[in-house]
Design a protein. Structure first.
Length: 235
C-alpha cells in the first residue's frame, strides 16, 4: 500500500517510473536527466536529493540520487521499492579499484557485494546472506558492454561502511578476488531481495587504491557516461 509522499521523497504515487536509475550524487542524476531523458519532470528535491521522470527512446524511466553510504541508499531504495512500487533499480556509481587489471574509466558489473556493514542484521537470518544482482540485468549489461566495446569486468565488489578507515584490509579482499571498493551495492541488493524486486550496480573505476590513479569530482559527476549508456539499455 502506498505511503506517499514519504519523509524523504516528495513525489506522489505514480510520478516515479517502474525503473529507476540512481547515482550517489544528485547532480549526476540531474546530468542523466538532461543527457538521456526526453521531457524530464522533477519529482523530488527533498534534502536536495534530485529526482526526475521522463522517457528514453519511448520508455518511461526515472533517475534519482541516493546519497553516500549504506544507510542513505537503504532508505531511498526501500521507499522506492515498497511505497512507489518501483520494480527495478540500477545504480551507477564510482569505485576504487583493488584489481591490477582494472584502471580508471573501466567498468565493473557488480555480480555480488561483500560488506563490512551490519545492515543485514535486521533480517535476523541464521547465517550470512550473500547479496547478489538480478541475473537477467547482469547478463544484459555484459552484452551491452560488449556491444559498446567498453572495458569491463564482472564480479564481486566490497560495499564498505567506512571511507576513512584505520585499516582497510584491502589485501584480504584482494585475496578473495574482490574487484573494487564502493559503499552501497550490498544494501541495494538486500532491499531488492526482501522486496522481491530487481537490482544491479554498474560502477566506473574513479581511482586505483594500489597505483594512485585518480579522477576529479567534476570528472566523476559529468564524464562517467559509459556506465550510463549501459544502464539505459536495461530499461
Amino acid at each position: 500500500m502506498s505511503k506517499t509522499p514519504t519523509p524523504h521523497i516528495g513525489a506522489q504515487y505514480g510520478e516515479i517510473a517502474e525503473t529507476v536509475i540512481m547515482a550517489g550524487d544528485p547532480l549526476r542524476a540531474k546530468f542523466m536527466a538532461e543527457k538521456f531523458l526526453d521531457n524530464p519532470v522533477q519529482f523530488n528535491n527533498v534534502r536536495g536529493m534530485l529526482g526526475f521522470t521522463g522517457t528514453h527512446q519511448g520508455k518511461r524511466v526515472s533517475v534519482m540520487g541516493h546519497g553516500m553510504g549504506i544507510p542513505s541508499i537503504g532508505i531511498y531504495t526501500y521507499e522506492l521499492f515498497n511505497f512507489y512500487d518501483v520494480k527495478t533499480i540500477i545504480r551507477v556509481g564510482s569505485a576504487g579499484s583493488i584489481n591490477k587489471d582494472l584502471h580508471v574509466g573501466d567498468l565493473v558489473v557488480a555480480q555480488g557485494a561483500c560488506t563490512n556493514s551490519n545492515y543485514g542484521d535486521q533480517y535476523e537470518l541464521p547465517g550470512t546472506f550473500a547479496p547478489i544482482a538480478d541475473f537477467d540485468l547482469t547478463r544484459r549489461a555484459v552484452e551491452a558492454c560488449e556491444k559498446f566495446g567498453y572495458r569491463y569486468k564482472v564480479g564481486n565488489v566490497m560495499s564498505s561502511d567506512t571511507f576513512y578507515t584505520e585499516n582497510a584490509h584491502n589485501e584480504k579482499w584482494i585475496n578473495m578476488g574482490v574487484l573494487v571498493i564502493e559503499m552501497e551495492a550490498a544494501a541495494l541488493y538486500m532491499n531488492a531481495a526482501r522486496a522481491g524486486k530487481r537490482a544491479l550496480t554498474l560502477l566506473t573505476v574513479s581511482d586505483h587504491l594500489l597505483t594512485g590513479e585518480a579522477t576529479t569530482a567534476e570528472e566523476r559527476q559529468t564524464t562517467f557516461t559509459h556506465m550510463m549508456d549501459v544502464a539505459f539499455t536495461l530499461i
